[in-house]
Design a binder for this molecule. Structure first.
Ligand code: ADP
Ligand code: ZN
Length: 237
């Protein structure tokens, strides 16, 4: 009887803990490297939430929330939002229930200070860290970003040349109108690339010290990138 109780208690304790192998996936790569597109597909395939700090900021700007009003000027200028603001918002999100079996981070961390704060947080939250880095040249980035369009309703991403919608300016999935992000103009893209090289590139070296960083050729087709990522993230899928 006593053994049975101990066994039941053990099973209960085990079930109430998040699985040790909950994946925490971090996607690194320059703006326009395809992080957003791949993040949506990976999070669907692995059934974990996709957390994009850029999407959360844009949602708040669109709805004119206090956070949105605070960060709008940074996004419009292609500059990074201050770490304190980004991290407070991020940890709020990570503490939600749906994150307890893992999640995928897209667009964060973007500074070494953010990476350090996330690493501290992860120490107290069992997980399996998987870091992938999408590698794409600057010339390809400019071409991709300036042709990028997204659905105002469901966020699906298109490209006027490489992935056009079936009907001009209309989403294939939900028929919502497509729009260009206001920070996807050449001048702002240049600022975003500057911020990437000075503040975000060093994040790669940070992760090389604490984990393995899997480089993936982001110049491949979207399907090829997806398959390369899946082999790394979920070898049995
Ligand atoms: P992209 O990767 O294509 O530049 P994002 O949607 O990830 O697009 O980010 C858009 C903008 O949102 C950035 O230029 C920046 O102003 C802000 N932003 C997003 N994530 C972060 C972050 N982790 N730290 C600071 N600013 C961020
Ligand atoms: Zn849509």
């Amino acid at each position: 009887m006593r053994h049975l109780l101990i066994l039941l208690l053990g099973i209960f304790t085990f079930m109430s803990q998040p699985a040790f192998s909950s994946p925490v996936i971090i996607l690194l790569g320059p703006p326009g490297s395809g992080k957003g597109t791949q993040a949506v597909r990976i999070s669907q395939k692995l059934a974990i939430p996709h957390i994009s700090t850029g999407d959360i900021f844009r949602y708040n700007i669109k709805n004119a929330t206090p956070l949105g009003l605070k960060v709008k000027e940074y996004l419009d200028a292609g500059k990074l939002v201050p770490d304190s603001v980004t991290l407070e918002m991020l940890f709020d999100r990570l503490n939600k229930d749906d994150c307890k079996n893992g999640y995928l981070l897209d667009g964060v961390p973007r500074t070494v200070a953010q990476a350090e704060a996330i690493q501290e947080y992860l120490k107290a939250h069992p997980h399996k860290l998987l870091v992938c880095n999408l590698v794409v040249s600057d010339a390809e980035i400019l071409k991709r970003i300036t042709g990028r369009r997204s659905c105002t309703a469901c966020n699906k991403i298109y490209h006027i040349e490489s992935a056009p919608p079936m009907q001009k300016e209309t989403c294939d999935i939900c028929k919502g109108p497509l729009t260009q992000r206001t920070d996807d103009t050449p001048a702002v893209v240049e600022e975003r690339l500057k911020a990437y090289y000075s503040q975000t590139k060093p994040v790669e070296d940070f992760y090389k010290k604490v984990s393995q960083v899997h480089d993936v050729d982001g110049a491949q087709s979207s399907d090829q990138v997806f398959n390369s990522l899946l082999k790394i993230l979920s070898p049995s899928a």
